[in-house]
Design a protein around this ligand. Structure first.
Ligand code: NAD
Ligand code: DAU
Length: 378
């Protein structure tokens, strides 16, 4: 499918900025419209290197604002939408569930309704259009830890190609029932249901993907990996929830952006695709790897900062294990993760240490000044 104008929501955030960068560079004949409210998590400085591209435009707007969304779709002749804008941090959702329902449910609904109204008003209606909704593996709930007799976790599994070490013998599949536990995952689940309902009721062409934990450059330092690298750098405590036994399946963010590109262009309408790293890690093992890597790159003694690790009260409703089975995406569209985790972590830690100004701007809140300087003078 050739698209002429794609609206990307949440493009100033972590994953969105990688998607905007990829699409702006790879599709010079397609206009890329980045629509982002710039909440605390949005930072236009994440896209410094693309903002002068002739096919790129940034608009600060709230996806909950139906009239503005409809107006933008009409004036820009949007024929594809990649919807990433969301409240994304589980701990914040526990403190303030309303904001999550507002953006992730009502915001998604307002965007769907605007797309439907605009596309239905065109002579060719839905032909060549796509609403691609980015979601999470957390909607499936939590998996258990288990291992076959005679093995110790992590054990080798046949659930994927290559060497996949797992902490359990079950994996999230596209056909699994939803079972969200946190206000964040409940709000994402509701958004996913609305997307599918708009396809089934109105024929709106849509795709949903559910991805595992992403890591890499430009992630807001409230999430495990950038928060801990920043804390190690400044020799602050590393607050590990519970006993650090929870397992997550980690994927390098550029591999996710590559999957989004492939699915946007070659995925089947009305399908769901799971995207994952086949890369399960216990939190405590990641934290130790982060300490070792950060200390080495800073020229400190081997594991010198291990004593920063502090076990704290567990997250409420903390899901024990996530693990994605992305065999469908591999078999149907040929996608696989490209990076080994150790290599990805090395690149990621190095990026944060090389970009301490970015980290300092974000943690101090200074980054919003960049927006004022860049956009208010235009
Ligand atoms: P993020 O928090 O880094 O970025 C979210 C972006 O959305 C920010 O730029 C923010 O300003 C913008 N935004 C928030 N509310 C908005 C609103 N009302 N109107 C317009 N813009 C708004 O998030 P992320 O980690 O990049 O996640 C992006 C998407 O991917 C989310 O939908 C998330 O649920 C999903 N996801 C994330 C991960 C992960 O590991 N980070 C994994 C799977 C899926
Ligand atoms: O699985 C995909 C999801 O991954 C995305 O949908 C979410 O948007 C994204 O935030 C992420 O959710 P998690 O809750 O898994 O990510 P987070 O980085 O917050 O935490 C990773 C693990 O580390 C989790 O088990 C909680 C733990 N943790 C986290 C923080 C911030 C700690 O032990 N200490 C911490 O300070």
């Amino acid at each position: 499918m050739e698209h002429k104008a794609i609206m990307i929501t949440g493009g100033a955030g972590f994953i969105g900025s990688h998607v905007v960068r990829l699409f702006t560079g790879k599709y010079p004949d397609c206009r890329i419209l980045n629509v982002d409210k710039l909440t605390y998590a949005g930072n236009p400085a994440n896209l410094k290197d693309v903002e002068d591209s002739p096919n790129y435009r940034f608009v600060r707007a709230d996806i909950c604002d139906f009239d503005t969304m409809l107006g933008l779709m009409e004036s820009e002749h949007v024929d594809g939408i990649i919807h990433l804008a969301a409240e994304s941090h589980v701990d914040r959702s526990i403190k303030d569930p309303f904001t999550f329902a507002k953006t992730n449910v009502m915001g998604t609904l307002s965007l769907l309704q605007a797309a439907r109204q605009y596309w239905e008003s065109l002579p060719e209606r839905y032909d060549g259009k796509l609403f691609y909704h980015i979601s999470t593996d957390e909607v499936y709930g939590a998996l258990t830890l288990s291992h076959p007799e005679g093995t110790e976790p992590p054990f080798s599994t046949k659930a994927s190609s290559g060497h996949h070490l797992a902490y359990g013998d079950t994996f999230f599949k596209e056909t699994d029932k939803y079972s969200p536990h946190s206000p964040y995952s409940a709000s994402k689940a509701a958004g996913d249901h609305f997307v599918r309902a708009f396809h089934d009721t109105y024929g709106l062409p849509s795709i949903v993907t559910n991805c595992s934990n992403n890591y890499g450059p430009y992630q807001f330092p409230e999430k495990l990996i950038p928060l801990f690298v920043n804390n190690i750098l400044h020799r602050r405590p590393l607050p590990v929830y519970g006993r650090g036994e929870n397992v997550r399946d980690w994927l390098y963010v550029e591999d996710h952006a590559r999957a989004i590109d492939l699915i946007f262009h070659q995925g089947k309408i009305a399908e769901t695709y799971n995207i994952g790293g086949f890369n399960e890690w216990k939190n405590i093992d990641i934290v130790r790897l982060l300490v070792k890597t950060t200390d080495r790159l800073l020229g400190r003694g081997d594991g010198e900062d291990m004593d920063l690790i502090t076990f704290v009260k567990d997250r409420a409703g903390h899901d024990l294990r996530y693990a994605i089975d992305s065999t469908k995406l591999r078999d149907e569209l040929g996608w696989e993760p490209s990076l080994q985790f150790e290599e990805g972590i090395e690149k990621t830690v190095k990026w944060y240490l090389d970009n301490q100004d970015w980290l300092a701007d974000v943690t101090s809140g200074n980054y919003l000044r960049y927006y004022d300087e860049m956009y208010n003078r235009r």
